[in-house]
Ligand binder design. Structure first.
Ligand SMILES: [Zn+2]
Length: 266
């Protein structure tokens, strides 16, 4: 592109700015009056926390239940089972918390670093940055003059936000709360892990314990799978069947391992 092309970004056109303001105002008023009803409901905006806690509970339930199932199949005594169940719950909760903390904070660090670089570039080379954004839109199928106009207007509105979104792909600028995320996944893991431990505590006969553990775990897993699917706007049956299948596989695997290790007396 030639260097002498005037960039809409740098030229000021009071007439078109006035027109834009009038148009913007009209759209805003129509919104308020409820004439623009085209605002479909998207699930992914609201389910973040619910999905995360359902997944945490899923983890806690399945890993603790699978461990206990294996130990019951290997003829572990009730006291050992309770001890192992609680140890699994605590260890799992801490490991979830640590993992979540590290992942959320490193993600936030990366975002902050990216944004800092972008901000510096916007300050140093606004014209190159405009060109860059224009090219992104051209790449997505917008014709060059319109792409340049869109890029210029977006940068006039909020240059950093426009680059964050369309160049870096950051849709929401870091509101990462690593401690909150860590506490949430630890507590949901623990909540899931409580159920198999309660089963060990309250099922009176050891003979029924294996069957009760498996049944209880599969029922709760199915329910959690359905809730996760519902929250994400996905078909509930499919979500439930999916976790049921993987849950049954892991319980079967640990039961078999537990059974054989118990038989051989390792
Ligand atoms: Zn940029």
């Amino acid at each position: 592109m030639q260097a002498n092309t005037t960039l809409p970004w740098t030229q000021s056109n009071p007439h078109s700015i006035m027109e834009n303001m009038v148009l913007e105002r009209a759209v805003e008023m129509e919104h308020k009056a409820g004439h623009l009803q085209h605002h479909e409901h998207h699930h992914h905006q609201q389910i973040g926390w619910l999905r995360a806690s359902v997944l945490g509970a899923n983890d806690g339930l399945l890993s603790t239940a699978a461990l206990l199932t294996g130990m019951v199949a290997g003829h572990g005594g009730r006291e050992t089972l309770i001890l192992a169940g609680i140890a699994a719950m605590v260890a799992g909760a801490f490991s979830m918390a640590a993992g979540e903390y590290v992942s959320v904070s490193s993600q936030a660090d990366t975002q902050a670093a990216d944004l800092a670089i972008e901000e510096r570039e916007l300050h140093k080379n606004p014209d190159l940055e405009l060109l860059e954004l224009t090219r992104i839109y051209v790449h997505r199928g917008v014709s060059e003059p319109i792409a340049r106009q869109v890029a210029a207007q977006l940068m006039e509105h909020d240059a950093l936000a426009a680059h964050a979104r369309d160049e870096l792909g950051l849709t929401e600028i870091a509101q990462a709360r690593p401690i909150q995320a860590a506490l949430a996944s630890a507590s949901s893991f623990a909540m899931g892990a409580v159920f198999p431990i309660l089963a060990v505590l309250f099922v009176p006969q050891m003979n029924f314990l294996l069957a009760s553990l498996i049944l209880l775990t599969l029922v709760f897993l199915t329910a959690l799978g359905a809730v996760a699917a519902w929250a994400g706007g996905a078909p509930m049956v499919r979500g439930a069947v999916r976790v049921l299948f993987f849950g049954a596989c892991s319980l079967a695997a640990t039961s078999i391992v537990g059974h054989f290790l118990g038989v051989t007396g390792v």
